[in-house]
Design a protein around this ligand. Structure first.
Ligand code: PHE
Ligand code: CA
Ligand code: ZN
Ligand code: ZN
Ligand code: ZN
Length: 297
């Protein structure tokens, strides 16, 4: 896959920061800040040639949206989905959580369209609403599909918090290599983890597993047995001494501004953002079989 220019990703993040500032300081479910965030991402995707749907739903008496974007072409009976939540908490602008994942997958989507390649598999991106209120948008989406439609989703990659300022390099533990927690993901999740792992091995950055603990939008996908994967740089938990040995940083929270007003443009590791954006591109190009890359095993 291509080397994603991190400056393009931070430009999307700056746009989301500006949107929060112009809309009461946040991008939470049911607010003008969330609506404007969806419109920003949709505008970029429409201009690039995606087929987009802004799908409204009601939760807690307020309107939220899922944004679904299909790249025309590819085998729709073998669909690769890539998603992250575009809503934030009400206490701040939500730049790492989850402007980061939203902006990274947006830039990968734009780069994919610009490549002019038609992947063998169909590629669909999603920006979920109301994740912060309990994975509401992604759950509505997966539950709203027919059994046949669900069976056509080969894999789901999730990106929620990929630029934590004191980053870890975590991969959803599809193979349960650490032997703990929630066990492996649905069959196929191990390969999705391996594809991301191959990227980080190639740049010499060690990774660790993180359990499918149900805290992000892969939840409803794995509930229906859809293979899932993704990266995560850590939230409120403290980086351990062993993790500092591995990755540098300090034995403080991965994201000290998690769900706070200080989750701003200053609350980012651009190194982690760059590595994760490149890893996402590698995974999409590999799993969807873009160009003459070797298909995954
Ligand atoms: N989904 C959590 C949030 O948005 C963050 C998180 C992501 C926690 C992934 C654990 C794993 O607040
Ligand atoms: Ca890069
Ligand atoms: Zn959050
Ligand atoms: Zn999040
Ligand atoms: Zn693993």
């Amino acid at each position: 896959g291509p080397d994603i220019a991190v400056g393009n990703v931070t430009a999307h993040l700056q746009a989301l920061s500006d949107i929060a500032a112009a809309n009461g300081g946040n991008r939470a479910h049911g607010t003008s800040g969330h609506n404007a965030s969806v419109d920003y991402v949709k505008g970029k995707l429409d201009a690039a040639g995606y087929t987009t749907q802004k799908v409204a739903f009601t939760y807690n008496g307020k309107t939220g949206y899922n944004l679904i974007a299909d790249l025309p072409g590819g085998d729709t009976t073998n669909t690769v989905m890539v998603g992250g939540h575009l809503d934030g908490v009400s206490s701040g602008p939500g730049i790492n959580d989850n402007g980061s994942g939203s902006a990274a997958i947006l830039e990968v989507a734009l780069r994919l369209a610009a490549s002019g390649e038609t992947p063998t598999k169909h590629v669909r991106f999603a920006w979920w609403g109301a994740e912060e209120l309990g994975l509401i948008g992604s759950t509505r989406y997966v539950q709203g599909l027919t059994t046949t439609q669900r069976s056509q989703i080969d894999s789901y990659y999730n990106f929620d918090m990929v630029a934590s300022p004191n980053p870890g390099y975590f991969l959803y533990d599809g193979d349960n290599s650490d032997g703990t927690g929630s066990g492996p993901g649905p069959t196929g999740s191990a390969q999705l983890e391996q594809v991301l792992g191959d990227y980080f091995t190639g740049i010499g950055v060690p990774t660790r597993g993180t359990d499918f603990d149900g805290r992000s939008d892969y939840g409803p996908f794995i509930q229906y047995g859809i293979p899932a994967g993704g990266t995560f740089t850590g939230a409120e938990s403290r980086k351990t001494a062993a993790q500092v040995q591995l990755w540098g940083g300090t034995t403080t929270a991965h994201d000290p501004c998690y769900h706070s007003s200080c989750d701003t443009m200053a609350n980012l590791s651009t190194t982690a953002l760059d590595r994760n954006a490149d890893a996402i591109a590698h995974a999409v190009w590999t799993v969807a079989q873009v160009g003459d890359v070797t298909p995954p095993p």
